[in-house]
Design a protein around this ligand. Structure first.
Ligand SMILES: Nc1ncnc2c1ncn2[C@@H]1O[C@H](COP(=O)(O)OP(=O)(O)OP(=O)(O)O)[C@@H](O)[C@H]1O
Ligand SMILES: [Mg+2]
Length: 249
């Protein structure tokens, strides 16, 4: 499993008016840790995630995953976006096996894994369906099954449930909790939603507005396995109050 080690990382988007998006980010995510990045719109959460994914390069500082500098995207870092970017002409099964198949991995191995992940995400009955025939929540589950089939050691999730209705969102959070409970991959999860961050993460990092910095590190002292009803508990509410206060400053 891979840890993520970020030090003095900065990012300026070039252009007529350069945008200083990230400033001196220091962040260490342990192997198997679930981290949530919380912060206001435009503070650089997606930028940071895209840099870990290898979609964007740094303007300064260092970024290591599993001890190696990130220079490009790779299958050991799976990404889930707000909208699952599925191939519309491929059915669910073909979408899920596309990555490992293209990478030339052993067929028996990825097919078994794809079956397991479609089972876990409740999609076994929909393997032949095309993306257009699925609901938003189902498409997002395909996106998650696909990334899990890749067997990535690091999962990078950018508001993966942000476009879903409240009910579906809760179901997806529950699903992710139970999947992660078994896999224990390293996760960086971007969200605006304090409840979601507390429910899912071991550690929450609150970012401040542009240029984005890590303002606070907040460990979540709630034991696992977790279920949705912890949202009504005292520890949860106290933590939420504390985070709200820190976000106001
Ligand atoms: N490709 C780009 N080119 C130029 N500027 C960019 C680019 N991508 C992001 N930015 C700028 O960098 C800053 C951080 O953007 P980013 O998308 O990382 O924020 P965010 O925290 O993910 O916001 P949100 O919560 O709204 O998704 C913003 O000011 C944005 O305008
Ligand atoms: Mg974003």
């Amino acid at each position: 499993m891979s840890d993520i080690s970020i030090s003095q990382l900065s990012k300026t988007y070039p252009g007529a008016t350069p945008v200083h998006a990230l400033d001196n980010i220091d962040l260490h995510v342990q192997a198997g840790e679930f981290v949530a990045l919380l912060g206001p719109s435009g503070c650089g959460k997606s930028t940071l995630l895209n840099m870990i994914a290898g979609f964007e390069s740094a303007s300064g500082g260092s970024l290591l995953v599993g001890g190696k500098p990130v220079t490009r995207p790779g299958p050991e870092r799976g990404v889930v976006f707000q909208e699952a970017a599925l191939f519309p002409w491929l059915n669910v099964w073909e979408n899920v096996i596309f990555g490992p198949k293209t990478a030339g991995l052993p067929k028996a191995q990825y097919e078994q894994r794809a079956k397991d992940m479609l089972e876990i995400t409740g999609l076994s009955a929909f393997t032949k369906a095309l993306p257009v025939q699925l609901s938003g929540g189902m498409r997002q589950r395909v996106g998650i099954a696909r990334v899990l089939t890749l067997g990535s050691q690091v999962l990078l999730m950018d508001e993966p449930f942000g476009a879903l209705d409240a009910q579906t969102r809760l179901t997806m959070q529950e699903l992710l909790l139970s999947v992660w409970q078994n896999l224990r991959t390293t996760v960086v999860f971007v969200t605006h939603d304090i409840d979601e961050a507390i429910l899912l993460a071991d550690t929450i990092y609150v970012m401040s507005a542009r240029p984005g910095r890590i303002a606070t590190r907040i460990p979540v002292p709630i034991e696992r396995p977790r279920t949705l009803d912890l949202i009504t508990g005292d520890v949860f509410n106290e933590l939420k109050r504390d985070i709200l206060q820190k976000m106001r400053h």
